[in-house]
Design a protein around this ligand. Structure first.
Ligand code: UDP
Length: 412
């Protein structure tokens, strides 16, 4: 019921020249104190989604600094994932009717996975709702082990029925980690609530430094004129990411900057009818405009290509209506791009004053884009500030440090 993932190798020393010296030293000091500590991460998938992306970096780094770190994914059938997808949405506020059958499926998969856990870790690090009952069912695991529940979603306005059901299990954990304080369910007295935002890996193919001429070359191959201005949004085709609103912004910008092109990049799943429906509606909304380009992973836009579009864009927009965290904002800032982004969810936390423009409407977004396109000096300065902010706050070594601090506190 649990499958081990091989996340490859990374060396913490490679990050030395990228991050502040104090951060590097603090990680080294914490790692020295924790040497040999054994940690098991458990989540629901090794592919797709932010959690898997983070673990592919974090697990090798935890190993490299001296911890015994493993990653296992819960092996479930469709029926299980249907229930947990419902939980995921319900914890973010959607309606959900929790049936006795749902509970039985959820509990059975958790019971079987818990039985497969080996009692050889000091810390069990459990991600999101899918495996949240492991702690409850792992009766064979020694009492002195520590259990962390890491919530990657916004549970500030959860569906009451689902939260009421899950809460007793969540309270059993020794620590509960949320992305930010406002994402924790209100009025709950957790044993040890901890707030840790996510981070990006500056050395992954998506975020590593790409020379300007290479980015230009890649963008050109997709038929976009890299010598003309580009407005970019990278996001799933989903109403909350508002790609149609982005097209409306682009149309207003085009009145002032006729040379502008719009690139929308969105990852798609073969089996996601909602995503395809939304893609088709976005294509219709673009109405054959030759300066609007829609790309996806299914038209060959992978990590390197996302990197190239982000590196080359003149302005990166994130016009979300609701947002969990919005890692794409940090990805763009890390490439020194000026950002125009909605003031929602985790976005403002990533964009301090002077590092981008936060907006509340389509006309505001359009005038912010025009301002940046007409003032390259200001755009460059914003990009520079944004990049420095990301360097200090949103790269994986900071996430590693925060988690090592938590381990040190729990293990005393
Ligand atoms: N992404 C991608 N290709 C795409 C669209 C998105 O690789 O076509 C990546 C993007 O670079 C980011 C992640 O998917 O790393 C999206 O994370 P974010 O937190 O912005 O939004 P979410 O999809 O989790 O709501």
């Amino acid at each position: 019921m649990l499958q081990r993932v091989n996340p490859g190798h990374k060396s913490f020393a490679d990050y030395r020249s990228i991050i502040p010296r104090e951060l590097y030293e603090e990680v080294a000091e914490l790692a020295g104190r924790l040497e040999g500590a054994r940690v098991l991460h458990v989540n629901a998938t090794a592919f797709g989604g932010g959690v898997a992306e983070i673990l592919y970096t974090l697990v090798p780094l935890m190993r490299d600094v001296g911890l015994g770190c493993e990653w296992e994914v819960m092996f479930g059938a469709e029926a299980f994932f249907n229930v947990t997808k419902g939980f995921h949405n319900a914890l973010q506020g959607s309606a959900f009717e929790l049936t006795i059958e749902d509970r039985a499926i959820y509990e059975e998969y958790n019971r079987q996975s818990a039985a497969a856990l080996e009692d050889e870790y000091d810390i069990f690090f459990i991600h999101d709702p899918q495996p949240a009952l492991l702690r409850h069912f792992a009766e064979h695991i020694s009492e002195e082990r520590k259990w962390i529940w890491r919530c990657h979603i916004d549970t500030s306005t959860p569906n009451g029925q689902v939260m009421e059901y899950l809460l007793p299990y969540l309270l059993d954990y020794d620590a509960q980690v949320f992305t930010m304080e406002s994402y924790a369910p209100p009025g709950v007295d957790f044993k040890k609530p901890v707030f840790i935002p996510p981070a990006i890996d500056p050395l992954s193919p998506k975020n590593m430094a790409l020379p300007a001429e290479d980015a230009h070359y890649i963008v050109d191959q997709f038929g976009v004129d890299a010598s003309r201005p580009i407005l970019l949004q990278v996001s799933r085709f989903d109403p909350w990411k508002d790609p149609m609103g982005v097209i409306d912004v682009y149309r207003m910008v085009k009145e002032e900057v006729p040379e502008i092109q719009l690139v929308l990049v969105g990852s798609m799943a073969h089996d996601d009818p909602e995503g395809w429906d939304y893609w088709n509606r976005t294509v219709e909304h673009a109405a054959g405009d030759e300066d609007i380009f829609l790309f996806s992973n299914l038209t060959n836009v992978g990590s390197i290509e996302v990197n190239a579009f982000q590196s080359r864009a003149d302005v990166v927009i994130q016009k979300s209506i609701r947002e969990g965290f919005g890692l794409v904002v940090t990805e763009a800032l890390w490439k020194g791009r000026p950002v125009v982004a909605s003031r929602v969810g985790g976005i403002p936390m990533q964009v301090p004053p002077g590092a981008g423009l936060l907006v509340d409407s389509i006309p505001e977004a359009a005038s912010a884009c025009v301002k940046l396109l007409n003032d390259p000096e200001m755009a460059r300065e914003m990009g520079r500030r944004g990049k420095e902010y990301v360097r200090r706050h949103f790269l994986t070594p900071r996430l590693l440090r925060d988690e090592l601090r938590l381990f040190a506190e729990l293990l005393g």
